[in-house]
Design a protein around this ligand. Structure first.
Ligand SMILES: Cc1ncc(COP(=O)(O)O)c(C=O)c1O
Length: 380
């Protein structure tokens, strides 16, 4: 009965008992109701709800990139930003802490690769490619997301992975589930020449291959993180520093380019390579981004390589503590290979007093938690 009165959709006559189909409030002097254009409207909307709809559409417009370079619309943006007040308390105060959940970018179990691959796959489609290839380790997040997105857009996918067939790796399992063809090589150095050879063989068979660089870390792929920086700027929140994990450098290049005109420091914490190597890669990619978006960009590049420990994917006491702190105080799960080390770097700098309580820090969660479901990592 109540429901019938509120929704009153069958009425063809506007009268004072009409209610907005969205908020269910009745028409009054302040609130006018507009029906759909047919003589027998199926729904009404009041002025107040129209204003709300406009502001939602305006917000959405704020998440569109400032540059017009084709990208596929696959991820779920803007990814949420949450405050981590309990983690701040657990660290004994200090700067306000926020987290941007790029682990929630969506398909292929999310993470930072979705944003980069949206640009690379749009270019693959523009070149009428019918097969994509990429490289990584057998536990690679990038390979897994490439396989997932290739399946999503209907392209064949070849992965050139170094390491042994790894029955314990969730990423390796998913690569196969998404239907990728896997080519195993022994060392990292063999990956690229093998990808080039296979691309050549596919071409000779009349196929149109599109090889994607490690981590989709090219100026084109890095545009995904220029877009992420613009998404953050569009919230109106200002950050003194943004911390994230860095390795092949595309995430950092995009963020550094996107924040180049702001006061926000972008601090990449290395998961593997020395700081000078990553910084050189990032600088080169920023130059390429500048050419693509036709802007002169000269951001400061900050890479911290003090939290790698004894190597890529090997836990340190600091990364293990970071996983526990984020899980226990925020209910946020970090991955052991990338984000745990980045978080360890951020926590160490907060504890060292590098940031004060009037400052604000954003941690970008770049995903990778599937590594926790690989047998070796469950307890690290
Ligand atoms: C979960 C996760 N975070 C961070 C990174 C580093 O990002 P980038 O390669 O763009 O430097 C990677 C790279 O594989 C990753 O998988």
């Amino acid at each position: 009965m109540e429901r019938e009165r509120k929704w009153n959709l069958k009425s063809s006559k506007r009268d004072d008992s009409l209610r907005c189909s969205f908020c269910a409030k009745a028409q009054d002097d302040l609130r006018k109701l507009i029906g759909s254009p047919s003589g027998n409207p199926r729904a009404y909307i009041c002025d107040e709800c129209i204003t709300v709809c406009h502001s939602i559409l305006e917000d959405d417009r704020g998440t569109q990139p400032s540059f017009e370079i084709p990208h596929l619309d696959i991820g779920l943006y803007p990814t949420p930003i949450d405050e981590m007040a309990h983690l701040r308390d657990a660290l004994g105060g200090g700067p306000r802490l926020f987290i941007k959940h790029d682990d929630y970018t969506g398909p292929g179990f999310g993470g930072n690769k979705v944003r980069k691959l949206e640009y690379e796959l749009a270019e693959a489609q523009a070149q009428a490619a019918d097969v994509v290839l990429t490289v990584g380790g057998t536990g690679s997040n990038h390979a897994r997301v490439t396989a997932a997105l290739a399946a999503h857009v209907g392209m064949e996918c070849h992965l050139i992975l170094n390491g042994a067939a790894d029955a314990t790796s969730a990423n390796y399992y998913l690569d196969q589930l998404y239907g990728a063809t896997i080519h195993l090589v022994v060392t990292r150095q063999e990956r690229r020449p093998t990808m080039e050879r296979i691309a050549g063989e596919l071409k000779a068979k009349g196929r149109k291959p599109y090889p994607i660089a490690l981590g989709a870390s090219t100026p084109l792929g890095a545009l995904g993180y220029v877009r992420a920086a613009e998404e953050i700027l569009a919230t109106g929140l200002t950050f003194d520093a943004v911390f994230h994990s860095t390795s092949s450098g595309g995430t950092q290049a995009g963020l550094a380019a996107g924040f180049a005109a702001s006061k926000t420091r972008v601090i990449g914490v290395s998961a593997d390579d020395p700081a000078d190597q990553i910084a050189a890669r990032v600088r080169k990619m920023v130059e390429g981004i500048g050419e693509l978006v036709k802007k002169k960009l000269d951001p400061r590049i900050e890479v911290d390589d003090r939290f790698i420990g004894s190597g890529y994917g090997v836990a340190t006491p600091e990364s293990t503590e970071a996983i526990q702190l984020f899980a226990r105080h925020e209910g946020v799960v970090l991955d052991p290979v990338y984000t745990a080390k980045a978080a360890a770097g951020m926590i160490a700098r907060i504890r060292a007093g590098e940031f004060n309580e009037n400052q604000t820090i954003l941690f970008i969660h770049t995903g990778g938690q599937l590594a926790l479901f690989s047998a070796d990592n469950r307890r690290s």
